[in-house]
Design a protein around this ligand. Structure first.
Ligand SMILES: Cc1cc2nc3c(=O)[nH]c(=O)nc-3n(C[C@H](O)[C@H](O)[C@H](O)COP(=O)(O)OP(=O)(O)OC[C@H]3O[C@@H](n4cnc5c(N)ncnc54)[C@H](O)[C@@H]3O)c2cc1C
Length: 388
């Protein structure tokens, strides 16, 4: 292990290790240009998105008949880990995750053959970008308390409501959204709809500026007398919770795969800095306080990786992974924040400077404890799985 660079390969088959190496080389050569400027101006890298699509990322676990590569989820996790190691554009990776887990997978699992034919090839090929419009000003953790209303009129539904925190909103072609056909039914009224951006009544009202992940766009979406043909329902009326839970299980389990690569990169930079930077006549890594921080970063990374790869194996085996996904989401997101703070401490004042690009990773990491359900919500899911 000593002196070795790059993510560990112990969870990977030789073929997955080869895929991951290709992803690292691809990301190092093609992604993450002008990151400081684009982070500052909240600029999405559409060209990078197209390159990732061409690389096959967006449809990797989707059967070839729907425009994907027909590989496994574990293969994709290996690739995402490689991309996270090879690029610092974690916002771009985040946008890809949002697209895959909240649009591609639910349409694959619940879509009619017509919906699959219409959407999957373009989503897998990156031509269209998907967004998840679920959260509302008064429905965050309590997502099934959402108020966006869907009124049935003949063969259509008319949507009215406002969504916030919609990742990819400004660049999206398709929104998977959730509305209630009858608020009195609670979760049983919630229905999922695939809404094309071009539908009259859909508007992106304002971009939302974030602390981190700024190269991933985010906006508010309003549906105003937006008439959707019943053929755009995903699954059955009143069964939107199924599509939402499915997307959250995949998202929570996999969305931090790229962060594993980022944590490995942080660790390597921190080791190099601790060896080079001298104070009191010796490398700072010789001080136990600094060395212990690096040891803790390594322990965190090594306990995070198996949790994410476990999701790959469970889903590749068509198994349920609800609690396991919550465990992975909780542990990796919190670990990434703590390790980012450790990296910053190791770099001292340099770490606090924008130029070093360590503060950006801390800002990016913080998003992880909120999106796809906060850490408290993940703990609730884990506790419920234990009968509490
Ligand atoms: C970077 C980012 C990207 C996002 N992308 C999307 C997206 O694409 N689409 C989308 O629809 N949404 C998106 N979201 C929204 C995200 O899903 C919500 O922020 C999240 O679910 C929390 O909801 P909230 O922000 O309203 O917080 P609240 O629900 O108001 O929670 C506030 C606090 O109360 C705690 N809390 C609430 N309920 C409980 C409980 N039952 N038990 C214990 N503690 C509780 C929370 O843990 C938190 O600490 C995104 C958010 C972020 C930060």
């Amino acid at each position: 292990m000593r002196g070795r660079k790059g993510p560990a390969t112990d969870e990977l088959t030789p073929e997955q290790a080869r895929l991951q190496k290709g992803a690292i080389e691809f990301a190092q050569a093609e992604l993450g240009q002008e990151m400081r400027e684009r982070d500052h101006s909240h600029e999405f890298d559409r060209e990078g998105w197209n390159k990732c699509a061409k690389f096959g990322v967006l449809g990797m676990p989707v059967p070839a008949e729907h425009g994907g590569l027909g590989l496994g989820l574990t293969d994709l996790i290996a690739v995402m880990e490689g991309l996270g190691y090879g690029t610092t554009d974690l916002g771009l990776l985040f946008s890809m995750h949002a697209h895959m887990w909240t649009n591609v997978i639910p349409i694959l699992e619940f879509g009619t053959p017509e919906q699959q034919d219409r959407y999957l090839p373009k989503l897998c090929g990156g031509e269209w970008i998907g967004a998840n419009a679920a959260s509302e000003p008064d429905a965050g953790s309590d997502i099934y308390g959402l108020r966006t209303h869907a009124e049935k009129r003949g063969d259509s539904y008319v949507l009215n409501g406002a969504k916030i925190y919609v990742t990819n909103a400004q660049v999206a072609d398709v929104f998977l959204t959730y509305a209630t056909v009858n608020p009195e039914l609670g979760a049983l009224g919630i229905t999922a709809f695939i809404v094309d951006r071009s539908t009259p009544g859909v508007s992106i009202t304002k971009p939302m500026e974030k602390m981190g992940l700024r190269t991933s766009p985010m906006g508010e979406v309003v549906f105003e007398d937006c008439e959707i043909p019943a053929s755009q329902l995903l699954g059955r009326e009143g069964r939107g919770v199924q599509a939402f839970e499915c997307s959250m299980e995949w998202e929570r389990g996999c969305i931090l795969a790229g962060c594993l690569g980022a944590m490995q990169r942080q660790l390597e930079r921190s080791i190099a800095h601790a060896q080079q930077r001298k104070q009191f006549g010796q490398p700072i890594g010789k001080f136990q306080a600094v060395a212990n921080r690096i040891a803790d970063m390594k322990v965190r990374l090594d306990t995070c990786r198996p949790l994410v790869y476990r999701i790959g194996r469970l889903k590749d085996g068509a198994k349920n992974a609800r609690a396991e996904a919550a465990i992975a989401k909780l542990h990796v997101s919190e670990s990434f924040v703590t390790s980012s703070i450790d990296a910053m401490r190791i770099f001292g004042g340099y770490g606090y400077m924008v130029e070093q690009e360590i503060e950006r990773e801390l800002r990016d990491a913080m998003g992880g404890v909120f999106y796809s359900g906060t850490s408290d919500i993940q703990r609730n899911i884990i506790a419920r799985s234990l009968g509490l």
